[in-house]
Design a binder for this molecule. Sequence first.
Ligand code: G6P
Length: 481
Amino acid sequence: SGNAQNDAVPDSLVVVSNREPYSHEQDDDGEIQVQSAAGGLTSALDPVMQSRGGTWVAWGSGDADMAVADEGIVEVPPSDPAYDLKRVPLSDAAVQGYYYGYANQVLWPLCHEDTGRIWAEPAYWEQYRAVNEQFAEAVDTVADAGQPVWFQDYHLALAPRLVRERRPDATLLQFWHIPWPAPSVFRHCPHSDALLDGLLACDIIGFHTAGYAEQFLHCVDSAFPAATVDTDSGTVTRDGDRTRAVANPLGIDVGGVRDRARATDVASIRDTVLGGSRSDTSIRLALGVERLDYSKGIPERIEALAHLWDRRPDLRGDFTYVQKASRTREGIAAYRRYRADVVDAIERVNDRFGTDDWQPIVYTEANLDNETLAGLYRAAEVAVVTPHRDGMNLVAHEYPVACTDGDGALVLSELAGAATHLDGALTVNPHDIEAIADAIERALELDEAETSDRLSRLQHSVETLDSAEWVARQFSAGQSL
Ligand code: G6P
């Protein structure tokens, strides 16, 4: 029940994450511009921080001077200050080793089970440790006695242990937003024991699915034979630590997405997006929205679309795929190559099938605000979400909620966390190009009854995971211990 769960949320807390909930950048006139971050983490945690208060500790990635003035502490949101943001300044070497190195060239491919991409230079691990130490020190400076500390994601696996050493009695939590791999994959990591040891300093570790939590427990079991692992309760007892691993799926702010979708002007968004191409309402749209990350399965999807236009000439001129892409982690060669590959593949398909008045794939890297994105969702008859592996994937949640006109179908990878929780999607193996083509084709041909049945099942399962309850669920997992 909502109330009992809300009692579980502490009066104030400390949240620790790599990314800031509000970025602070200096503009050309030297003025500091504050902007709310767009991601799922901010949308879930910022409301709670605003109502409960406390401190959010994060990498002060924008303006370096600000991160050192006033001990790096600013009050946010700027319009109506409700909690402190402590900005941890990182040196260039630290960012290279910790963020571009260990977090995104070791842990990211490891947890997405893409071990061929793991690249573990010694400096990466050193910097990862040093930055986790820096975060732990910042936490020790700001946390009041009795304030729980909640670490977010794979950037901060060691910090819990480092805080525990300073605060033996603190309540420490972690939420791991990406998949947790099987033991046979986790073994590829040269620092697997140290990472587990860091995390086991927490009282509670949350994952998006029960499967990830189980795999975590199996990894602990095989790494530490002396630990007691109870898979029924999800509890590990080891060296005086007791840790509970729980499934606590993170969803979206359902009401917010729905309101934005309803308020949007779909026709004008179609015009803007289809600009160069025909923009009349007769063109049917499918949509993909992602960061240009090699875990997202975009090339397979493009290949699948080519198959579809190849075998269904009647869909040419009639059906367009929109790829909204965001550049990401470009300090890493694999990400730069991935972007180039995606752009090439799209160009080839457009050259092959495109005509004077029809462009098969519309590609945009435009920075769309949430309102425009909601409109794009609403305009699309089909959303295609086909990652090789994905912790959850919130596009799969946002799309059905934004389909406020009652039509829309979701093609979803069975290897995304969202597939465990969402009912009503057309699920596919993300490597099965023929199956992706079939699923898109089927999505375009569903009759009205099935479309509406699938969509309402999707909407219902997304509502169940509304982000408003997520924080309470994480804390109440500790109460039943
Ligand atoms: C994933 C991670 C987040 C991360 C986001 C964007 O969703 O789980 O922790 O913030 O990607 O990536 P970036 O490297 O830009 O923060």
